[in-house]
Design a protein around this ligand. Structure first.
Ligand code: IMP
Ligand code: MG
Length: 171
């Protein structure tokens, strides 16, 4: 297995700042609830919220998806629900990477049923892949090639989340 740097520290920082700039514009007079998807989004979420200038609440949701190590199956189970009541609230779902989009669209529908006032999606990375189901990402950090990526929260078999750069893995 070989790793290759795809996005370095400075580039990631620029991408996070760009997303924060957009969110700061759109939510300047609001007080949304940010919901991070564990575990992958934890580093991105931590960096992002420190660039935001509006009042907010922060929560996390955790899911397990039944697939192999590098492919998602779309069969998702909520293993930790949010604890903030989001009924009537503006909610921003924060995700590390959108691949098939199956995980995100499951969580999106799950949160939608809690009747938030609005529900938007902010993803650091979106892979360039053909999707059976279209999914709208409201705030996207980077388009990335359809390769397995690790680091900055993203894992390979639960490891490599701590890498400070985003790398592609060659198998
Ligand atoms: P999706 O359902 O195919 O969009 O992918 C769901 C989840 O799989 C994401 O939330 C990630 O946590 C994980 N994932 C997808 N692609 C990658 C990757 O390239 N590296 C690490 N995790 C990934
Ligand atoms: Mg994830």
């Amino acid at each position: 297995m070989k790793k290759k740097v795809l996005l370095g520290k400075r580039e990631i920082k620029k991408g996070v700042k760009k997303l924060a700039y957009e969110l700061n514009n759109d939510y300047s007079d609001k007080s949304p609830v940010l919901v991070g998807i564990l575990k992958g989004a934890f580093i991105f979420m931590a960096d992002l919220v420190r660039e935001l200038s509006f009042p907010m609440r922060i929560d996390f949701i955790s899911v397990s998806s039944y697939g192999d190590r590098t492919r998602s199956s779309g069969v998702v189970k909520i293993t930790r629900d949010i604890s903030v009541n989001i009924e009537g609230e503006d909610v921003i779902l924060v995700e590390d990477v959108v691949d098939t989009g199956l995980t995100l669209s499951f969580i999106y529908d799950f949160l939608k049923r809690k009747n938030p006032n609005s529900l938007k999606v902010c993803a650091l990375l979106e892979k360039k892949v053909e999707r059976t189901k279209r999914f709208k990402i409201d705030y996207r950090g980077f388009w990335v090639p359809n390769k397995y990526v690790v680091g900055y929260g993203l894992d390979f078999g639960e490891k490599l989340r701590n890498l400070d750069k985003i790398n592609t893995m060659e198998f």
